[in-house]
Ligand binder design. Sequence first.
Ligand SMILES: [Zn+2]
Length: 567
Amino acid sequence: MGDFAFDRYLTYDEMMQWLSDVEADNPHLVEIETIGVSYEGRDVVAVTLTDREAGGPESKPALYVDGNIHAGEVTASMTCLYLINYLTDARGVDPRVQKILESRTIYIIPRANPDGAEKYLTTPEHLRSSVRPFPEYRRNYDPPGLRAEDIDGDGRVLIMRVRDDECGSWKIDPEDQRLMIERRPDDLEGPFYHLYSEGVIRDEDGDMVGDARLPLEVVETRYGLDLNRNFPAGYRPTADGAGPYPLSEPETRNLVQFISEHPNIGGALAYHTTGGVLFRPHSTIKDEDFSDDDMRMYETIGGWGTEATGYPVVCCYGDIWSGVLDDWCWEHKGIFAFTPELWDLVGRAAPETHEDPMQVHKMPAPKRQELERKILRYHDHYLGARGFVDWRSFEHPQLGHVEIGGWDVKECWQNPPRAFLSAECHKNIQFPLMFALALPEVHIDELTVERLGGGECLVSVLVSNRGYLDTCISAQARKQKAVREDVAHLQLPEGTEILTGRKTTEIGFLRGYRGGPDRQPIDSGENDAHRKRVQWTVRLLEPAVGCEVAVLIRSERGGTSRRAAKF
Ligand SMILES: [Zn+2]
C-alpha cells in the first residue's frame, strides 16, 4: 500500500476500502472480520495479522492493539493503519517483522468507535466519544441556552469572544494579541470579554431566541458519553460519561468480547490522543497491591515504550477517571496493557513538562498563560502557523458584533497537522513491535522414543519457552485464574495404550528468558522452570511399530508446538 502517504485522516468508507485493498494484496497475512456493530450500525472490524503458512492465528501468542474509542482521537486510528501497513510492507527489510509474522499474531481494531470518528471527521462537531445522547433524557430534550454550532460556515466550531466591559472575565494578552488571558481584580479598564464556543442561543424547541443577555447560559453537549469510562474494572457511575452501567454500550462490549474470545492475547495497547504519555493501570488499585514481579515488568515494558517515543510512563492511580480498558485488561485478564496518548504538542513546545505531564492540568493561571504563549510560538515556527485562526469580526444574529477565532483544536491540539501525521505514526509503532517480540513462545526441543522391551516404549518430550515473558504473562493472570496451565498432549496411533502418564498433562507455566537480579520464581516448587520434561510409558501392539507418535504443546498465551517421531 505504498501509495498512501499517511498525510490525511481517513473517513470510515475510505478506511474500509483501504483495509480491503490490503487484505486483497496480502491474503496469507491479513484477515478482516466484523466483530460487532456500533450504535448507528457501522461494522466494527478487527484485522488479524500473521503468516498463516507458518501457523494459524490462534496457535500463536498475540498482541492486541486498538484505537479511536474517543471520537476525535483519529491519530490513534491512523497509527493502527500504519502498523498494518508496516507489517505487510516491511517484511523484507525489517527482521523484526519477519519474526513477528511467523511466530506471533497481531490483532488490530483500528476504529473502535466509528460513529464518533465519522461525526468528528465530517462535521464541525467536537465530541468526546459515542454519538448516543447521554444522559438518557438528552435524547428528547435540549435545555435552553448557547449551543455550540458553526455559525460562520467555515466548517469549524471555534471560540467566540463577546465584549462586556462590566462582567467579562477575559482580556487580550498584551504580550500576544491573539491570546486571551484571565482578568484580574486590578484590571480596571477594558476591554473585557466573555469567551464562548461559537454558537447561537436556542430555546428548548431548538428555535433561536430573540433576546440574549450576557452572561449566557451554555448548554452542555448531548454527546455526554465517554466510552473509556464504561469498562467493568473500577467502573464508577459518577465518573464523567461512564454510562448507565458497565458495558452498556455496544462499542465497549465489542472490545471486551473480542479480547475474552482470544485467550492467546498477552499484551494490549489502546491508542489515544493527546499528551505524549504512556498511561498504565491502575486507576483504583495502588501500585503496592501489584505483585513486585508484575510491577517490575510494567516498568520494563513501559521503558521500551519510552525509549521508542520519548513519552514517559504515567500511572493513573488516584486520578478522576476509572472504568478504562487498560485497567480491565490488567485487573481481570492479567494482560500487560498501556494507553499511549499520541501527539505531544505541549511537550514539544515545553519539553520541561515531560517530567510531569499531569502538572499541566493543575497549573495556576499565570503559568498556564506562559505555557500557552510558548505553544503558540512553537506553532508559529514549527507547525506552519496553521493551527490558530486569527480573530475576525462577525455580525451575530443575537449578540451583534462578536469576534470568532482561536485554536483549531482538531488538527493542532488533538491531532497533528497532516504534515506531521506520518512521523507520529511511525514513532508510535515501534512500541508494539518490541512488545510483540517479548511474548512467550513455547518450543519442543526434543522428542525421543526409547524401547523398553516387552512391547513397551518410553516417550519423552523436552519443552521450553523461548520467549521473553513467562507463558502465564503475569502473577495477576495466575491470581485471577485468567490463564490455563500449559499442557502436553500425546497423540498416539491405533494399537497403542498409555501405561503411565495422562494423555493430556498439565505442565504448569514456563518461564521466559527475562532476567533481573531478584527475579522471583513463578511458582514455588516444581512448576517453575524454563524447560520441562514430560514422559509417558506406552505399550505397543504389533501393528503400531513404525507408526508416528506426536506431542502437541499447547500454551494459551505462549502458542503451540508439535513434533512427531516414529515407534
Ligand atoms: Zn482518549
